[in-house]
Design a protein around this ligand. Structure first.
Ligand code: FAD
Length: 295
């Protein structure tokens, strides 16, 4: 591990024992043994290549807005593709963005260029890479409607392109694979900047009214079960405000668990289990988690 640290430190800035709670919107997670934020594809490739050499399986994350990281931490290298990996280029009605670009920054670029079709994503607090991986969506839109091509590194660290994304509800071609998305091409339509801005403002207002956006969380904890809404089932079961340790079912939106103060990963997992059991006993529906547990 000493030598691995020495080698990867030559590539980019690497920190040791980095608290993952600093890199997740849940503000939960123990330390990552090593933590790197590459700023170029070359740095990313070099980090992955060294990891291979040393037999280390790194974990790649985006903006950490859909993650629940173990309290014990991650005994490996965490590669974060965020702010430092976030180029956005607009050409006509096409946007090319690096994986770490935030969806809100892409939405702002679309607005500035009077391009419509990305408004739905403006309030999702993730990166483009994470959003493609998850087929993120909101208010009737999904990544599948706008992403025509994505770029990734395969298991041999060769650059590849994907045009058949197999998008479905919170799933894509990438789900369950170890490929690393480096960027994507988005195609939008010409629109009216004033209308685009208004739509984005209205959606942001809706979010503020309906979701606990000022509290640390990872968004909706559960996927939408066929024929139901997870939030409605949880609310009907009287679980709003239910608390285990610092983890609480949001009183604003029962589909969210919030970190109401020093919640641990264990608190959240226990609360998830309690919700799943209650809803299964009451409705016969097994809620499946949307949030990704790592470590
Ligand atoms: C307040 C709040 C509101 C939210 N609202 C919505 C919503 O309306 N709709 C919605 O769909 N989601 C929503 N989310 C969840 C979350 O923002 C999305 O799932 C988002 O797409 C995750 O992106 P990320 O960059 O944060 O990914 P992360 O959480 O960092 O990672 C998620 C998964 O993607 C993988 N991944 C990330 N980047 C890459 C990459 N470059 N290559 C390969 N794999 C990668 C990770 O390994 C992990 O498995 C919300 C979250 C919060 C906190």
């Amino acid at each position: 591990m000493e030598r691995f640290f020495e080698e990867i430190s030559k590539i980019t800035k690497v920190t040791e024992n980095e608290p993952m709670k600093k890199h997740t919107t849940f503000r939960i997670g123990g330390p990552a043994r090593f933590f790197a934020e590459p700023s170029t594809k070359e740095e990313l490739k070099a980090l992955l290549s060294e990891s291979k050499e040393f037999g280390i399986a790194p974990i790649v994350i985006g903006r950490g807005s859909n993650l629940l990281v173990a309290d014990e931490g991650l005994d490996t290298l965490v590669i974060s593709l965020g702010e430092r990996f976030s180029e956005i280029i607009v050409e006509g009605n096409e946007i090319y963005a690096s994986a770490g670009a935030s969806l809100s920054a892409i939405a702002q670029a679309a607005l500035k260029n009077s391009l419509t079709g990305f408004e739905f994503a403006s309030g999702i607090p993730g990166s483009l890479g994470g959003a493609v991986y998850m087929n993120a969506g909101a208010y009737g839109g999904e990544m599948k409607d706008v992403v025509v091509k994505s770029f990734y590194l395969d298991e041999n660290l060769c650059g590849q392109e994907c045009t058949e994304h197999e998008f479905s509800y919170r799933k894509s071609f990438y789900t369950g694979k170890d490929f690393i998305i480096t960027g994507a091409k988005i195609v939008l339509k010409e629109g009216n900047a004033e209308e685009i801005g208004e739509t984005m403002a209205n959606l942001a207002k809706k979010r503020r009214e309906k979701q606990p956006v000022t509290m640390p969380s990872a968004g909706s904890v559960f996927k939408r079960p066929e024929g139901y809404f997870a939030g409605a089932l949880i609310e009907e079961a009287g679980l709003k405000g239910c608390r285990i340790g610092g983890a609480e079912v949001s009183t604003l939106h029962a589909g969210f668990i919030v970190n109401a103060g020093d919640a641990t990963c264990n608190d959240v997992l226990k609360l998830i289990e309690h919700i799943q059991k209650t809803i299964y006993d009451k409705n016969g529906v097994m809620l499946e988690t949307e949030v990704k547990k790592i470590g």
